[in-house]
Ligand binder design. Sequence first.
Ligand SMILES: NC(=O)c1ccc[n+]([C@@H]2O[C@H](COP(=O)([O-])OP(=O)(O)OC[C@H]3O[C@@H](n4cnc5c(N)ncnc54)[C@H](O)[C@@H]3O)[C@@H](O)[C@H]2O)c1
Length: 491
Amino acid sequence: MRKVETVGLVGGGVIGAGWAARCISSGIDVLVFEPKSEMHDRLRESVQKGLGAIRRLTLSAPGKEGSLGFVGSIEELATNVDFVQESAPENEELKMAVHAQIDAVAAPDVIIASSTSGILPTLIQSRCKHPERVIIGHPFNPVYLLPLVEIVGGEKKSETVIQAAAEHYRNIGMKPLICRKEVPGFIADRLQEALWRENLHMLAEGVGTTEDLDDSIIYGPGLRWAIMGSNQTYHLAGGEQGMRHFMEQFGPALKWPWTKLEAPELTDELIDRVVDGTEAQAAGRSIRELEKLRDDCLIGIMQTLRNFRTSAGLVLAENEERAYGAKACKRWSTSDDVSKPLELYECNVRAEWVDYNNHMSESFFLLAAGDASDALFRYIGDDEAYREAGHTFFTAESHINFVKEASVGEPLKFTTQLLGLKEKKLHFLHSMYHAGSGELLCAVEQMLIHVNTDEGKACPILPDVYEALQAIWTQHQNLPQPERRSREMSV
Ligand SMILES: NC(=O)c1ccc[n+]([C@@H]2O[C@H](COP(=O)([O-])OP(=O)(O)OC[C@H]3O[C@@H](n4cnc5c(N)ncnc54)[C@H](O)[C@@H]3O)[C@@H](O)[C@H]2O)c1
């Protein structure tokens, strides 16, 4: 299948806009066919909101974003893109017709994926000439933040297509879950629907209000679900013997059963109860305000999970590492021109770095500079292997010179100038600039001691790393002294 550089989005509502933001942030150009032209401005606005959330989520430096364009027909879209993602209204007949239309004109190596929440792929591909390239790629709202996408193939599926689609979704920061069987509702919605059915039963029976039922999730099981699903959670609930003990203890209760399984009658009274209840819970907050709360919390949760390299946090970390690897600074080599301050690191101001003024708090200037030091270490060859062998640099002294504030989401870039080098000591200054305006925001000057971590004492920098530093220092000692250099520090 082809390399995906341009994605075509059929339908530009809630889900189409989410796909657009996710693709654009990954550097993919997007073409949209949305029949209601009045939706175009709304889509542009939603894309900006989604891009803002992605920038707050990720540690990756802002890469080149893709473009956003609109086309007037499905034919124009399908002949100009490498991958089609259909997000038109949930209607079987409409989906079958739209997919037949796309399939009739798209080149055979273009994958066509449907965002449908539950319509079977065999049905959707039934009128297509190349049914094997028509699959389900079911995302979750908000698409620009949640990584899950369920891939489902139909009766005429092709393993090559499934794997190529999974690769595309991974490249845009997602977790593809390949469903092993085609079933209505796929996996996640089937589980969600079971819960939702019980929720409605309990509401109808007066067991609890919408708020009580939501509380039963958000203060308990919901907190666990971002980390472990039902299976792993219950494995832990079985104590030392795990799932086997859990099944012995709670298995019989499944036969009682606690749950109703059949959907409740959707009476007017029940609909009023669920609508009035959720409106009361919103307490006057608009959908937009609640979306912002949801997005901010999702970002915080995923950033925390990233620290533990688990579930959605692992997907985020791996995506950032891929992005970093793609433009990672190469290792120093003798042919490198190091006559100017080194440009090794870029990032965005993260949401948790700013205070109540929306300005970066002072301690985070040092944190960002620490990441710039990591980039320098990698460049000179002080990597995982170097550290595992028992060598590293410890910071002995730091001076920060604050020049200008930075706000959340703003792009930063660093330059690094060596100010001194000795057998066991390294002295440098990072200048932090606004990557857009080029203004200097702060300077962080540091003195580092090279140590043998096994012995816990200073030792000479090892030859390969020293050679790289010496080559840089030979050039940098001829540079003008940085304006923000402190007067107190020297090797
Ligand atoms: N909303 C969700 O939470 C969610 C989650 C996952 C998947 N989905 C699925 O994504 C799809 C889209 O859902 P949505 O919530 O974005 O709906 P939506 O109503 O917000 O957007 C659908 C858009 O499709 C446009 N449209 C109508 N006819 C079209 C046609 N013939 N060709 C192209 N576009 C057409 C509409 O004008 C509208 O802007 C559905 O299949 C839905 O099941 C929705």
